[in-house]
Design a protein around this ligand. Structure first.
Ligand code: ATP
Ligand code: MG
Length: 342
């Protein structure tokens, strides 16, 4: 196994708001190794972005606070380091591609200058060298005519090009860990595929670990080695990609898989959205956040306490009160799995 880069243990990040405590991330654990890609999936509001921002200590405080857990970067707990050290980590060890590139590219500065500034901030380079490297990086992430594009402003770039510019900026410091937060949602499918290829190539070149955040299991299938499924701030299931796709144990994971488009089913069976609304994080039950929406729940257990993790396969864990054999038979009755088990 490659070097362990990141070991997140029992991370909880809450927002203290006037309306109450929003438990955006609640006891989340995962590991990331060199050359590995971890997909974090879950619908809107499940805590994916807050979990990622917590790793970099970028959650706005107040109202946000990391209330529990360890964030071990090669053994060093990032919760304990000084502000100066965490800034160095952001520049050198962990880079993040943010969900909305326009929030992280400054509209009034040329793209090349923004990348060059990032380079000069963290590396001992002259302005001239930094501009040259910026142009090389833009070319590397597939921006045509990069030499002249460095002189353009973000609004002169298309959405896909802005994402590429963000990737160029993120990799400018050769980070060990790249966090890509929904890098593809606003883009059309062809560009999405290209962006994923760019991330994959960067990973191969720099041997980095990648955390890919998305609500789309299809994207995860393309690129991830393992998956963490989040719901209502909790990890409800995690495991290697094949386990999650072929041996999913949590009813929420079934829901996510059921809402993937499929070519081998007739039209009306192809897409089954998950019924009900995402949870209100101010009104979460003390137990499983998916109770109330699950359809299989046991009213005496599920809403009351969160079950411990049960290991159901190689490095594959689930948190669910339904007994294992009942889960397996409930799953085999779903349209998606009937075809497979025949
Ligand atoms: N500054 C804040 N103050 C209060 N609550 C917040 C704040 N930032 C985030 N939250 C809450 O934390 C929860 C998790 O948000 P997060 O952005 O992590 O979701 P997400 O899984 O990334 O969703 P999406 O797929 O839409 O990006 C949400 O309920 C959100 O309202
Ligand atoms: Mg998000």
């Amino acid at each position: 196994m490659d070097e362990l880069l990141l070991d997140v243990q029992d991370l909880s990040t809450h927002f203290m708001t006037h309306a109450g405590v929003v438990k955006a991330v609640n006891g989340v654990s995962f590991t990331l190794h060199r050359n590995e890609t971890v997909g974090i999936v879950g619908e809107s509001g499940s805590g994916k972005t807050v979990a990622a921002l917590s790793l970099l200590r970028l959650v706005p405080d107040p109202p946000g606070k990391i209330v529990e857990g360890k964030i071990l970067l090669k053994g060093r707990d990032l919760r304990e380091v000084s502000n100066e050290e965490i800034r160095a980590v952001r520049g050198n060890d962990i880079a993040m591609i943010f969900q909305d590139p326009m929030t992280s590219l400054n509209p009034v500065f040329k793209v090349g200058m923004q990348i060059a500034e990032a380079i000069m901030l963290h590396q001992d380079k002259s302005r001239r060298d930094a501009w040259r490297i910026a142009a090389e990086l833009l070319a590397k992430v597939g921006i045509p005519d990069a030499e002249s594009r460095v002189n353009q402003y973000p609004f002169e770039f298309s959405g896909g090009m802005r994402q590429r510019a963000m990737i160029a900026m993120a990799i400018s410091c050769n980070p060990d860990i790249l966090i890509a937060d929904e890098p593809t949602t606003a883009l059309d499918v062809t560009i999405q595929a290209q962006i994923i290829d760019v991330v994959r190539e960067m990973q191969a070149q720099y041997n980095s670990g990648v955390i890919l955040i998305t609500h789309d299991l299809g994207v995860v299938a393309e690129i991830a080695d393992k998956v963490m499924v989040m719901y209502g701030g909790r990890t409800v299931e995690y495991g290697p990609i094949d386990e999650i796709f072929y041996n999913p144990h949590h009813p929420y994971t079934w829901g996510l898989l059921g809402s993937l488009p499929r070519l081998d089913l007739v039209e009306k069976e192809r897409l089954t959205p998950i019924k009900g609304q995402p949870p209100d994080l101010l009104m979460l039950p003390p137990g499983c956040p998916f109770s109330g929406r699950c359809g299989y729940e046991r009213p005496d257990e599920c809403p009351l306490t969160m079950p411990d993790t049960e290991i159901v396969g190689p490095e594959h864990g689930v948190r669910c009160w339904i007994p294992n054999d009942e889960r397996v038979s409930a799953r085999s009755a779903l349209p998606r799995f009937v075809a497979r088990s025949k």
